[in-house]
Design a protein around this ligand. Structure first.
Ligand SMILES: C[S@@+](CC[C@H](N)C(=O)[O-])C[C@H]1O[C@@H](n2cnc3c(N)ncnc32)[C@H](O)[C@@H]1O
Ligand code: SF4
Length: 386
């Protein structure tokens, strides 16, 4: 069981928790702060990479991902220092993927080149909408023209680029989404992340929604139609959905996210970052202190340390593997589940879910169908609580 992580490989996630403004829909661990002490942040991130390398030495790193927040606000020297620390701590795989999430407002060509020179080879950009009104309603600090310009600079600078869009927005019709998606595909290179707007509690949109003041959101039926349309249009363009919200030309999938979805191991560096590490025959969930200031203080004082570790038992590992793997079109291996969880999935349940068109079975693998992926939470509930 201790070597199970090798199915997915090993990656490093680095969280930069700062943004220029907080978007009203976003519940990521992101904060607006002035006067960030860049030197302290650089030293703390480097310290935490070294700490993780001591816990899981001898690994080959398949991917590094700078997420946020807005990591394109990081000083390129910090990105370079973190990559150097990862190189010191572990061996780097041939063809290592190094992704940085970029916001179209913080982009300028000089900084992009410096990120590239630091080793970044893939950009994932949050464009969110190709409609100026929608961008305003989403509280974004860029318009469509600025976003496209930033994306063109990224395309010219990096080997691999992707962008995010949010759909099922207020007042958006199916016809409008079809048109917007067509435009996105014409701009895209080989990867797109297309998310349905989720109203998260604790965000500004969450509060407005609770007070009945977030009008014109699509109902469940229209949202499902939008999802189906997304699959159809992307499939036809040769950018099939390899995961619920992610579309790529074959071979252009995000290797980093595949590590999560294939239930590999990953070190999480930075405030609120999560990790999964296999150590001494057990698998551990690692979670870091969320508050940026508390995290920085805990790293510097070493008194408590910023990371909480808890052991994941076999049954929960099986459940996590299902939750991740059934997001993917490729699905999961039933033997692997049995090996981790110490039990088999019920044949009766599997055939019932297949009969109603939510699961597909091929030899020893099961995967969700497109209809199954829309109701993934219900499918998982049935399988996990069997
Ligand atoms: C951590 S954000 C990073 C991107 C970058 N900070 C930006 O906003 O441009 C990752 C992506 O999650 C998506 N996202 C965040 N909150 C969402 C929500 N409530 N519903 C749907 N998608 C969301 C957005 O598309 C966003 O680009
Ligand atoms: S969507 Fe991106 S820019 Fe907006 S608050 Fe979240 S992390 Fe920051």
């Amino acid at each position: 069981m201790s070597e199970d992580w090798r199915v997915g490989g090993f990656g490093v996630y680095v969280h930069w928790p700062f943004c220029l403004a907080k978007c009203p829909y976003c519940d990521f661990n992101s904060h607006v702060r002035g006067g960030i002490d860049e030197g302290r942040w650089r030293r703390a991130l480097v310290d935490q990479v070294a700490d993780a390398a001591r816990q899981v030495p001898g690994r080959v790193v398949n991917s590094i991902f700078f997420g946020g927040g807005t990591p394109s606000l990081m000083p390129p020297e910090t990105v370079a220092a973190v990559i150097a620390a990862i190189r010191t701590g572990w061996q780097l795989a041939d063809g290592l993927e190094i992704t940085l999430e970029a916001n179209p407002t913080s982009v300028e060509a000089g900084r992009f080149r410096a990120f590239r020179d630091a080793g970044v080879n893939r950009i994932s950009m949050g464009i969110q909408a190709l409609n100026d009104d929608a961008l305003r309603r989403l509280g974004r600090m860029h318009n469509v023209a600025e976003a496209i310009e930033a994306f063109e600079i990224a395309r010219a600078t990096f080997e691999r680029v992707s962008f995010d869009l949010i759909y099922a927005r207020q007042g958006q019709s199916l016809a409008q989404w079809r048109e917007e998606l067509g435009r996105a595909i014409s701009l895209a290179v080989d990867h797109l992340s297309l998310y349905q707007l989720t109203i998260e509690t604790g965000t500004r949109f969450g509060d407005l929604h609770a007070r009945g003041r977030l009008r014109d959101l699509p109902d469940q039926e229209l949202s499902a139609d939008m999802y189906a349309l997304t699959q159809e249009v992307c499939d036809a363009a040769g950018m099939g959905g390899y995961e619920i919200s992610n579309h790529a030309r074959p071979g252009a999938e995000s290797r980093h996210n595949l590590i999560y979805w294939r239930y590999g191991d990953y070190a999480g560096i930075g405030p609120g970052a999560h990790g999964r590490l296999s150590i001494g025959g057990s698998r551990w969930a690692v979670e870091s202190t969320r508050s940026p200031e508390a995290w920085l203080g805990a790293v510097e004082t070493k008194a408590t340390g910023p990371n909480m570790r808890s052991e994941i038992d076999g049954l929960d590992q099986g459940s996590e593997m299902l939750m991740m793997g059934l997001r993917l079109r490729e699905g999961i291996d039933l033997d692997r589940y049995e090996h981790l969880a110490g039990r088999e999935l019920s044949e009766t349940l599997l055939s019932n879910l297949s009969e109603i068109g939510l699961l597909a079975r091929s030899g020893n693998r099961i995967s969700t169908t497109a209809s199954g992926r829309i109701v993934l939470d219900s499918v998982l509930k049935v399988l996990i609580n069997q």
